[in-house]
Ligand binder design. Sequence first.
Ligand SMILES: [Mn+2]
Length: 312
Amino acid sequence: MIKILHLSDIHMGSGFSHGRINPTTGLNTRLEDFVNTLSICIDRALTDAVDMVIFGGDAFPDATPPPYVQQAFASQFRRLMDANIPTVLLVGNHDQHSQGQGGASLNIYRTLGVPGFVVGDTLTTHCIETRNGKVQVITLPWLTRSTLMTRQETEGSSLAQVNQLLTERLRVVLEGEIRHLDPDVPTILLAHLMSDNATLGAERFLAVGKGFTLPLSLLTRPCFDYVALGHVHRHQNLNKSNNPPVIYPGSIERVDFSEEKEDKGYVMIELERGKVEWEFCPLTVRTFRTIEVDVSKADDPQGVLMKAIAKY
Ligand SMILES: [Mn+2]
């Protein structure tokens, strides 16, 4: 049995407008929230001595986070390296640099050769040796039109036609990966994508790399024991039959008020070939509360607002 922690959509460094500067540390309180929540996930990986951690993409709000935010992120993941826990970091739309030569904020982990760390910025299969045996992880990072198609091929096509063409291309490439799998080794598809039957959250409004929708049928293949997704911030299992589970763990913190009512957390997995158990583990995160006040008839609207807020 291989034990895995699956988390996604960390978005560390976002939502500063919802916080304030902590006078003791000089840091935005929202950064402190995100670091604290991430540290709870890493704590769990360490106390449960998991065999592997998989991250579903979107580490930061964009591909060029400020150094102190990168450092806060790296200090948490460093703890996995120290504990010899293999870790797969998948590249999401917020991690890709769209200008010049491209690249992604997470690629630095590969460049530095961080032991046990794998960066998933291409569609390929990684065979990972864990304490409790081998596991195959197919990484499918966020796809853009230019990944699988040339401009000439898509010229004059509607967005729906381009989406269709991209899906067909991806199907072929994925099939190629599947053919090379060892059928006796447990297999995970780790993908950052929008599936056609997902219930959406704030990611709709985060305007980085508006992209494509992929059919669930592409993911629900018997060769996969678990499909680990990232991108959609609301936790859900897309596959009712659970064979295989197709799981968005959701974001680990609320990124804005549209996630006010969503539970946040990560997923613990126990895996062997042909058998999987998974459990959503909720995190206690910052409450977002909408307070409705009618100030249209108030003489002192500011006072009325302050009083209403004080109640909470
Ligand atoms: Mn995303």
